[in-house]
Design a protein around this ligand. Structure first.
Ligand code: ADP
Ligand code: MG
Length: 676
C-alpha cells in the first residue's frame, strides 16, 4: 500500500536519477507529487492546423469529411480519411490500425492524436480519442532532467493509489465562506478535469490554498518576531526635540507621523521589524537619523547599511553634519570594504567597546568580525537592493536589534503585502513642501545639442547637472569607456565648466572627492554611470540628462530622476533615446506622463507582466506555483485576512478543525519554533 507520506521512489520507474530530478522540482513525497499541478491545459477543441507547427504532436477535434478508405499491403494496412477542423480540411492517415476504420463515419465528430505535417496539411494518426468529453490535456512544468509526460505518468500511478486520502488544509469554515473545494476534489480537478469549468474551480481552490499557506507562514513568523523579547529603547525625549529643532528644515507631517510610529515600536519591549516606504526624495534619511539618534540617547548603538559606497559615504557625512548642527556629541564612523587593515582593526575595537555610536557602511557591515557593543537599531537603506538573507544576517549581528528597512516602493503598494508581509509598514505619502514637479522631456539622439544648450542655460542660472550613460551589463570596461568618451566629449563641448567623471572603477577616495566637489559646486556637470542611481542627494542639481534612456528599466529611470528635484529649484529630466521597441517607447512615455513612483510601479507591472517583475531579486516578491499575485490580488488579500483572523486566537493550533493545517505547517516550516 502506498501512502501520501511515502518517498516518491516507491513508484515504479523512479531510480536514483529520476529521484534527483524530482527533488530538483521540490517533489519528495507522494503528496508533493500529486500536488504538483499543471500550469495550463491544452484544450483539444482549440487547436487548428493553421496555428500548428510542422512536426507537432497534437490532438485535433473535427468532423469527418470524407469516408475512410483502407488499403492493405501484405500484412500492413493504411486508413485514410478527411477531417474538417473549424474551416480547415486535413488528411489523416492511420497505419496498421485496421479496426479504427469502422469508427470513422462522415459527419461525425471525432478527435485524433498524431503528428502534423504542415506542408502536406496531413496528420499521421497515433490514436483516436473520445470526442464527447472536452479533451483537456494538462501541461506540467518540466525540466531538462524530467519530461512533462513522465511527470504526468507518475501522477496517474500515484493518484490511483492515494486518491481520497489527502487531508484538506484550509479550514472548513473558510472553505464554505468562499466556496472552495476540499483538497481531494481540488487535486482531481487539477489533474483530470472533466471540462474547463472543473479545471478552473480546481485552480481557484489550489491558488487560495497556496496563498493561505503562505500567509499563515508570514503571520506565524510575525508572531514569533513579536514574542521574541526585544529590548525597550528608553530614549531621551528632550534630546530628540532639540535635535528636531536644529534641523535645517521643518519635518513634513508624514515624516512626523512615521517617526512617532517607529519610536513607539522602539520603546516597546519587543522586537521591531518595520518597513518604511516613501518615494524618492520624500526624506527617509532624516527619519533614519532621528530614530538612530533615539537609540543612541538610550545608550545603544545604531547602524545603517546602504547598497553603494557612494551612498554610505554620503550618509556618514550627512549624519555627522546633522549631529554637529544640533551640537550633540555622537560619534559616526564609516566602514567600507576599502578600509586599510590597521584602520579597520581600530574601528572594530571601538565598535566593540562602544565608543562608536553609529556605524555606517555597505554590506561590509555583515562580515562576521563586525561585532557591536550594544546594537539597538539597524537601518537598511534601499532595502530592495539587499536579499532577504542579508536582512536576516544583520539581525544576527546584534543582540536582536530593531530593524528599520527603507525603500522607495519598486513594486505597487498592494503587492508589498506579499513581499513584506511579515513586516509592519510605515508610509511617507508626501514630499517636503516647496518641491516643484520635475519636468520630463524626451529627445532623440540628433537633438542632443538642444539638450546641451538647456544644460548650459541651467548652469548659468547657478544649477548643476548629471549626465548618465547606460550601464553595459556584460562589460564593466565598456561601461567605463562609454562614460569616459562622454566625459571627453563634454569637455570639448562645454569647456567653460568643471566636469567630473564618476564610475564604478574609481577608488573609494576618488569617488568621495568627486561627490564632495559636486556637492560644493566645484564641479558643475557630473558625467556618471548608474553608480549614482540610488540615494545620492545634491539638492542644487536640477538637470538629469540620461543617454540611451530606453536601455534602463522604469524603476531605474525613476530612481535616476529622483536625483534631481530635491531642493527648491525647478528640475528637469531629459531622456535621450531612439527606442527600437514598443516596450522601450512605452517606458519613456510613462516617465513623461507621471512622476508618481506608485503609479510608475503599477505601469511597469502592466507593461512587463507579473512574471518579469515578481520573483526577481529587485522586487522581493516570492514566486507562487498556482496563484498569480497580480491577477489574483483580491484572493491574496482575503487569504491574508483569514490567516490573521486564525492566529489572532492564541489556541488556534489546539482546535481539531485546524489539525491538518498545523501538521502541514510544522512539517514544512522549520523556522517556526513553536511547533518543535
Ligand atoms: P529619500 O527619501 O529619497 O532618501 P532624502 O532623505 O535623501 O530622500 O531627502 C531628500 C532631500 O530632501 C534631502 O536633501 C533632504 O535634506 C531634504 N529633506 C528631507 N526632509 C525635508 C523636509 N521636511 N523639508 C525640506 N527638505 C527636506
Ligand atoms: Mg534615500
Amino acid at each position: 500500500m502506498m501512502t501520501r507520506d511515502d518517498n516518491v521512489n516507491v513508484l515504479p520507474g523512479v531510480g536514483p536519477k529520476r529521484l534527483e530530478a524530482l527533488h530538483e522540482i521540490g517533489i519528495f513525497t507522494i503528496e508533493d507529487l500529486v500536488t504538483y499541478f499543471p500550469f495550463r491545459y491544452e484544450d483539444l477543441g482549440e487547436r487548428v492546423p493553421s496555428e500548428t507547427l510542422d512536426g507537432d504532436k497534437v490532438t485535433f477535434k473535427g468532423i469527418v469529411s470524407t469516408p475512410a478508405v483502407m488499403t492493405r499491403f501484405g500484412k500492413k494496412t493504411q486508413t485514410r480519411f478527411g477531417l474538417l477542423i473549424a474551416h480547415e480540411n486535413i488528411r489523416v492517415t492511420f497505419f496498421n490500425q485496421p479496426w479504427i476504420t469502422q469508427n470513422i463515419i462522415v459527419g461525425e465528430e471525432i478527435a485524433v492524436y498524431g503528428t502534423y505535417n504542415a506542408a502536406k496539411a496531413a496528420m499521421t494518426g497515433i490514436k483516436m480519442i473520445n470526442a464527447s468529453v472536452d479533451g483537456l490535456d494538462p501541461i506540467y512544468p518540466a525540466t531538462k532532467q524530467i519530461a512533462a509526460k513522465t511527470i504526468r505518468h507518475l501522477i496517474e500511478i500515484a493518484w490511483s493509489e492515494v486518491r481520497g486520502t489527502i487531508p484538506t488544509l484550509v479550514p472548513e469554515t473558510i472553505r464554505q465562506k468562499y466556496r472552495l473545494l476540499d483538497r481531494n476534489t481540488q487535486i482531481e480537478n487539477m489533474h483530470f478535469p472533466v471540462d474547463m469549468a472543473a479545471a478552473k474551480a480546481g485552480r481557484r481552490s489550489a491558488a487560495f490554498e497556496e496563498f493561505f499557506i503562505f500567509q499563515m507562514r508570514l503571520q506565524l513568523l510575525k508572531l514569533a518576531d513579536q514574542n521574541f523579547a526585544g529590548e525597550s529603547i528608553d530614549y531621551d525625549e528632550t534630546a530628540l526635540v532639540n535635535f528636531e529643532q536644529a534641523l535645517p528644515f521643518e519635518l513634513t507631517a508624514a515624516q512626523q507621523k512615521v517617526i512617532q510610529e517607529i519610536l513607539q515600536d522602539q520603546k516597546r519591549p519587543r522586537h521591531m521589524n518595520r518597513l518604511l516606504q516613501g518615494d524618492v526624495g520624500s526624506g527617509k534619511t532624516v527619519v533614519a537619523a532621528m530614530t538612530m539618534y533615539a537609540a543612541v540617547t538610550a545608550g545603544c548603538q545604531a547602524a545603517i547599511m546602504a547598497p553603494t559606497e557612494i551612498l554610505a559615504q554620503q550618509h556618514a557625512m550627512n549624519l555627522a553634519q546633522l549631529f554637529d548642527n544640533a551640537g550633540v556629541n555622537v560619534r559616526v564612523e564609516l566602514l567600507t570594504s576599502g578600509l586599510k587593515v590597521a584602520a579597520r582593526r581600530h574601528l572594530l575595537e571601538d565598535l566593540e567597546n562602544g565608543t562608536i555610536d553609529i556605524l555606517v557602511g555597505t554590506h561590509a557591515l555583515l562580515q562576521p568580525d563586525v561585532a557591536f557593543h550594544h546594537l539597538g537599531l539597524a537601518v537598511i537603506d534601499e532595502q530592495h537592493r539587499f536579499g532577504v538573507n542579508q536582512r536576516a544576517k544583520l539581525r544576527e549581528n546584534g543582540v536582536n536589534p530593531d530593524i528599520l528597512a527603507m525603500t522607495a516602493t519598486p513594486i505597487p503598494r498592494t503587492l508589498s503585502i506579499t513581499a513584506y508581509g511579515e513586516m509592519d509598514i510605515s508610509v511617507i505619502d508626501q514630499l517636503p513642501s516647496g518641491r516643484k514637479t520635475i519636468q520630463t522631456k524626451r529627445l532623440r539622439h540628433n537633438q542632443l545639442d538642444t539638450a546641451l544648450d538647456f544644460v548650459k542655460q541651467q548652469i548659468d542660472l547657478g544649477a548643476q547637472a548629471y549626465i548618465v550613460t547606460p550601464l553595459i551589463e556584460e562589460s564593466e570596461s565598456l561601461d567605463v569607456q562609454n562614460a569616459t568618451a562622454m566625459y571627453e566629449a563634454m569637455q570639448l563641448e562645454l569647456p567653460q565648466y568643471q566636469i567630473g567623471l564618476l564610475h564604478g572603477r574609481l577608488s573609494n577616495d576618488e569617488k568621495k572627492q568627486l561627490m564632495e566637489d559636486f556637492k560644493a559646486n566645484r564641479i558643475q556637470i557630473l558625467v556618471a554611470t548608474t553608480v549614482i542611481e540610488v540615494g545620492v542627494d545634491v539638492p542644487n542639481a536640477s538637470v538629469m540628462l540620461i543617454l540611451d534612456a530606453d536601455r534602463f528599466g522604469l524603476a531605474q529611470l525613476h530612481q535616476l530622476r529622483g536625483r534631481v528635484g530635491r531642493g527648491k529649484r525647478q528640475s528637469y529630466t531629459i531622456l535621450v533615446a531612439d527606442p527600437k521597441t514598443d516596450y522601450g517607447t512605452a517606458r519613456l512615455d510613462a516617465m513623461v506622463e507621471t512622476t508618481d513612483g506608485f503609479v510608475l510601479a503599477q505601469r511597469d507591472l502592466d507593461l512587463r507582466g507579473a512574471g518579469d517583475i515578481l520573483g526577481t531579486k529587485q522586487s522581493g516578491v516570492p514566486e507562487f506555483n498556482v496563484g498569480d499575485p497580480v491577477k489574483d490580488l483580491r484572493m491574496l488579500e482575503i487569504a491574508q485576512q483569514e490567516a490573521i483572523a486564525i492566529v489572532s486566537d492564541k489556541t488556534w493550533d489546539q482546535a481539531p478543525a485546524n489539525q491538518a493545517l498545523v501538521n502541514y505547517l510544522s512539517r514544512t516550516m522549520a523556522q517556526y519554533r513553536h511547533f518543535d
